[in-house]
Each structure stands twice: as structure tokens, then as C-alpha cells.
Design a protein around this ligand. Structure first.
Ligand code: HEC
Length: 119
């Protein structure tokens, strides 16, 4: 009986809630899609963002600041994502991302989540 209850409890947890990174990504999901070639008007797709040059997702009109940062070589990895999410405006002055990436522990979880999804 106890085992059955535990199994039922596990089934009741939505799959995304089991992964802290995916759960933390819900803060980003209002603006960012994770599907390829799915940049919305509000924000670029983060599909494959890990290892990608900044400002280069198809179909999104980036701020000049982020495009220029990418031209100068800014590429998204654990370190650059950590800086950007901690303080987007300090990392890329002039960026149009109107959001700071939440508490430090969630930022780390989100970065780990994006790294695990890298192609
Ligand atoms: C309120 C909307 C909004 C939220 C919430 C948001 N972002 Fe953004 N994000 C943007 C916009 C807009 C840009 C494009 C900025 C520019 O062009 O300067 C952006 C850009 C980015 C980029 C650069 C992408 C690239 O292709 O160079 C990364 C990485 C990023 N966001 C990660 C995140 C993460 C991770 C979260 C959640 C912790 C998040 N964002 C939450 C709006 C948002």
C-alpha cells in the first residue's frame, strides 16, 4: 500500500517539476521558446543556445548591442551565461533583455539545463 501511494505521488508530479533546471526555465519560457527556428517577436529561441554566438538566432530582431557583442566574439557558455543572467545590462550594455535571471541557485540550474540540451 505504501509503495502504491509513493508511486501515485510520483506520477502526480508534473515531469518538468522533477528537473530543477527545467523548473527554473519556466521563468524564461514566457519570453523564450526552446524549439528550433522559433524566435518569437518578444525574444529569440534558446534552442541550441549553449555554444552559440550571441545575437545569431534566425528570425529575431536583436538589439544592436547584442548583435555587436556577438560580432566581437561573445559566445554563450557557462561563464558568459552566468554573467549575462546575473546582470544583462552590465554584461551587454544596451541589451534589450528586460529581465534578470532570478536567484543565483536558479540561474545555475537554468544554465545546467541549457547545457544538457546543447546539440
Ligand atoms: C521578459 C522577457 C524575457 C525573459 C523573461 C527572459 N528573456 Fe532572455 N532575452 C529577452 C530578449 C528580448 C532578448 C534579446 C535581447 C537583445 O536583443 O538585446 C533576450 C536574450 C537572451 C539571450 C541571448 C540569446 C542570443 O541568441 O544571443 C539569452 C542567453 C537569454 N536571453 C537567456 C534567458 C534566460 C536563461 C532567461 C530565464 C532565466 C531569460 N532569458 C528570460 C527577453 C527575455
Amino acid at each position: 500500500m505504501a509503495i502504491l501511494l509513493i508511486m501515485l505521488a510520483a506520477l502526480a508530479v508534473p515531469p518538468q517539476a522533477r528537473d530543477p533546471g527545467e523548473r527554473a526555465f519556466q521563468r524564461c519560457a514566457g519570453c523564450h521558446s526552446l524549439r528550433p527556428d522559433d524566435s518569437q517577436s518578444v525574444a529569440p529561441s534558446l534552442h541550441g543556445v549553449f555554444g552559440r554566438r550571441a545575437g545569431t538566432a534566425e528570425g529575431f530582431a536583436y538589439s544592436p548591442a547584442l548583435r555587436e557583442a556577438g560580432r566581437r566574439g561573445l559566445t554563450w557558455d557557462a561563464a558568459t551565461l552566468a554573467q549575462f543572467l546575473e546582470d544583462p545590462e552590465a554584461a551587454v550594455p544596451g541589451t534589450a533583455m528586460p529581465y534578470q535571471g532570478g536567484p543565483a541557485s536558479e540561474r545555475a540550474a537554468v544554465i545546467d539545463f541549457l547545457r544538457r540540451r546543447a546539440p
